[in-house]
Design a protein around this ligand. Structure first.
Ligand code: HAM
Length: 451
């Protein structure tokens, strides 16, 4: 059996690096005053349709929408579908409002939780972070998976440009402290519904004059989401839009001032960025600031992090008018970038104590010792494979155990045990009285030996 296409297994050797990076992210979020939130792995399909937008690739092509086969049978018997083709039946069924979708991104679920739990009623801003798996049915390639993981932050309740910069700053500081230097922060403004509507008319007029050279996807987007034509990867489309009118030159005064202030805040804390008027982002909810952080070691899928402001989203999900801004960063792409920069995660801590049983008569006490040492906060393990003493010692060496203890009939009779430092060969006594004490005698002695 093989894993599904576009998914990955993470083996213990990978997990050590992932844990380090995830913990670093957690720590930095806390340093910036963000608190963790966890939302379900699936949500009602309507959340993403409403939140992310029906015309986006994510919603229209890439969602994993799940259903229960009994629900399907019931649906068929309830509705009069005799004359419908199988694909029409399926489409009707999937468009029904109670479908569930595996989350393709982190923002809409966090907004739903913000509204449902009335977090908006607390004093604002609300600063949340998350680390979540996401599922998108995309064509797998280097850096693009069907299950991937996003580290993300969302900040609610502030319209200040300083909050846009708080988001970019956290992403930049995180990457910087991890030692990633080969990045570029690209920022843009996608305007507000007011100025974007005016701009879209100008853009559509321009694009219509180039219609014959446009790819099928851009033609399809012409009415629904013309701005996406600006970041189409098709070469002819790229040429088409080389002198297209840009949103940045058509912002209303409010959006323009917001963008200028974002730049000023970035300048004052010396965060390098470039203004890229072609950053439009693939999700519908953005207003004003939109940004991406690209890493040059990533190849075609070079977007390491994407985010921006989404002022209408909370209301769209059923909450009160509340501003929002955030980012999502792909963990897999982050790990590829780190590798490209020669990053090595600090070595995982080795096992503290390996307890070796001389023969079967010592097995029970070996279990007890292992348990007592673990209770004192040290990592401990023992043999489960009926190995000889020599083979147990070899194994302890192989797993880099820092200390070993040999348990034989003599040790059990006399109550005198000995712990050996595997690096120096030095031996330390520990008595049964100390080892099995329920007060802090045991931990004090272990601290003396192992710290
Ligand atoms: P996004 O740009 O769709 O934005 O995704 C954010 C990041 O997730 C990307 O920059 C990339 O690193 C990673 N990513 C996306 N798709 C894949 C994939 N198929 N395989 C591997 N990595 C992938 C969002 O999802 C927004 N929710 C971000 C946001 C938060 N905006 C405001 N707040």
């Amino acid at each position: 059996m093989k894993k599904p296409r576009g998914t990955q297994d993470f083996l213990p050797v990978d997990i050590a690096k992932w844990e380090y990076v995830e913990q670093y992210f957690k720590d930095i979020c806390k340093r910036f005053g963000f608190k963790e939130i966890r939302t379900p792995i699936f949500e009602n399909t309507s959340l993403f349709k409403r939140g992310v937008g029906e015309s986006t690739d994510v919603v229209s092509k890439e969602m994993y929408t799940a259903f229960n086969s009994r629900e399907f049978d019931k649906f068929i018997s309830d509705k009069n579908l005799q004359n419908a083709s199988p694909s029409e039946v399926m489409q009707k069924f999937l468009s029904d409002k109670n479908r569930l979708t595996l989350k393709p991104e982190g923002t809409a679920p966090v907004v739903r939780a913000f509204v449902e739990n009335k977090i908006y009623a607390d004093s604002q801003p609300t600063k949340l972070f998350y680390n979540t798996p996401c599922m998108r049915h995309e064509r797998p390639q280097a850096g693009r998976f069907r299950q991937f993981h996003q580290l993300g932050i969302e900040m609610f309740g502030s319209d200040s440009p300083a909050s846009d910069v708080e988001i970019i700053n956290l992403a930049y500081t995180f990457l910087n402290e991890l030692g990633i230097s080969n990045i570029e922060i690209r920022i843009n403004s996608v305007g507000c519904p007011k100025c974007r509507q005016k701009y879209n008319k100008i853009l559509v007029e321009y694009l219509k004059s180039k219609q014959e050279n446009m790819c099928a996807t851009c033609l399809d987007r012409l009415e629904k989401n013309p701005m996406r034509a600006l970041d189409c990867k098709n070469e002819r489309c790229q040429e088409n839009v080389s002198d297209a009118p840009m949103m940045l030159d058509n912002l209303c005064d409010e959006c323009n001032e917001h963008m200028e202030l974002v730049k000023e805040h970035l300048n004052i804390i010396e965060i390098p960025y470039i203004v890229d008027p072609k950053i439009v982002r693939g999700l519908d909810y953005y207003t004003k600031t939109a940004f991406e952080i690209v890493h040059n070691g990533l190849g075609a899928q070079n977007a390491l992090c994407g985010g921006g402001r989404y002022n209408g989203l909370v209301q769209q999900i059923g909450g009160p008018e509340t501003s929002g801004v955030g980012f999502g960063m792909g963990m897999e792409r982050l790990m590829i970038s780190l590798e490209a920069e020669g990053f090595e995660a600090p070595k995982a801590k080795d096992l503290d104590l390996y307890v070796v049983a001389i023969d079967k008569s010592c097995e029970i006490i070996t279990t007890k010792i292992t348990q007592f040492v673990r209770k004192m906060g040290y990592s401990a393990d023992r043999d489960y494979m009926n190995r000889s003493v020599k083979a147990q010692m070899k194994y302890a060496n192989k797993i880099n155990a820092r200390f070993t203890m040999i348990v034989g009939p003599d040790e059990i009779d006399t109550g005198k045990y000995s712990i050996k430092n595997m690096e120096t060969g030095e031996k330390y006594d520990i008595s049964a009285d100390e080892l099995f004490s329920t007060d802090d005698k045991c931990s004090m002695r272990l601290d003396e030996i192992m710290c």
